[in-house]
Ligand binder design. Structure first.
Ligand code: ATP
Ligand code: MG
Length: 300
């Protein structure tokens, strides 16, 4: 089955699209406590195998005639960090963009095979893309705050689809900024422009903005590559903390970073998924020679 995108690409559509990510209903994120126990059986969750959040079956994709992804079969577990690694051009961003259907905006992009989110087919034309993008937030390589105040950057998306009292909105903004570990740095300047923040602060603000609409999944495409080491370390720590509540898929070129922050690593090469495994195992005892060559710096 082929899945044709619904829209064609237009100039500036990327910016519009990023705002689209925020045009969603808002649910109370404070209600989403981490699941730590199976209350029915009193079995600790750690003993149970992790649930799958995103699953692909023979998933392929094309840009026109160019096949960018080849029959991927990958299960991404819930509430863990999955790192996507591989040389430039191997399809990491392409894969990430199918998870919230951002490729719909690229003319000629299409896919075949299955991709589910929480068991729901998200390649289907009947899939509610606006709701999908609420459930699957995205953080980009370059922080892209809106040219608005810090407060409005968080409140804007939330207000689009639900009426808030001023008090509720203030609570949501504070909660989101706290979750993104930036509250203490900005609480006294919420009315100031977000563009006055440092790059690292802007990136945490963008994470807060993504969190504010109550997603289940956070996609991050090289979220630290435009940041200095100290800001990168802050984002890494944040990612580790957020995995208690969110399923996180992060693309990184930094092997040490993948090893530090992820539970599972998937190695892509020329549009193929070569290997996926627990991060510790993939980096110490990879099954495939190609993976070994890449992680030991022999190519890429
Ligand atoms: N909009 C597009 N139109 C046509 N081809 C594209 C488009 N976007 C990506 N590609 C091609 O698809 C392949 C995968 O690209 P993609 O951006 O997914 O790679 P990547 O692994 O994210 O690379 P990088 O590490 O450099 O970001 C590349 O060959 C790329 O040239
Ligand atoms: Mg990329």
């Amino acid at each position: 089955m082929m899945h044709e995108p619904e829209t064609q690409s237009q100039p500036l559509e990327r910016d519009l699209h990023e705002e689209d990510n925020l045009k969603v209903d808002v649910m109370s994120i404070a209600d989403r406590a981490p699941e730590t126990e199976d209350t029915m059986s009193n079995t600790p969750a750690a003993a149970a195998p992790p649930k799958t959040m995103i699953s692909t079956r023979d998933f392929s994709s094309w840009y026109g005639k160019f096949k960018a992804l080849h029959e991927l079969n990958l299960d991404i577990p819930e509430r863990m960090v999955t790192a996507l690694i591989g040389p430039s051009g191997c399809g990491k961003s392409t894969f990430l963009r199918w998870i919230n259907r951002m490729n719909d905006t690229i003319a000629g992009a299409r896919s075949s095979g299955g991709m589910t989110l929480g068991g729901e087919d998200i390649t289907d034309t009947r899939c509610d893309v606006v709701d999908l993008r609420r459930r699957v937030g995205m953080v980009f390589q370059r922080p892209n705050p809106f040219p608005k105040s810090i407060f409005e950057n968080i409140a804007y998306g939330a207000k689009l689809h639900r009426k808030y009292t001023r008090g509720d909105l203030e609570q949501l903004v504070e909660h989101s900024l706290r979750q993104a570990a930036i509250w203490d740095e900005v609480k006294d300047r919420l009315k100031d422009s977000a563009l006055g923040l440092s790059g690292g602060q802007q990136q945490r603000l963008c994470i807060a903005r993504a969190i504010a609409v109550g997603p289940e999944v956070l996609l991050m495409d090289e979220p630290c590559s435009a940041l200095d080491p100290r800001s990168s370390a802050a984002i890494e720590e944040l990612i580790r903390g957020l995995r208690e509540q969110y399923t996180i898929v992060v693309v990184t070129h930094n092997m040490q970073q993948a090893a530090r922050i992820s539970d599972i690593t998937a190695f892509f090469y020329e549009g193929h998924l070569v290997e996926t495994d627990e991060t510790e195992k993939l980096f110490t005892r990879p099954s495939e020679k190609q993976t070994d060559d890449y992680i030991s710096g022999r190519f890429g």
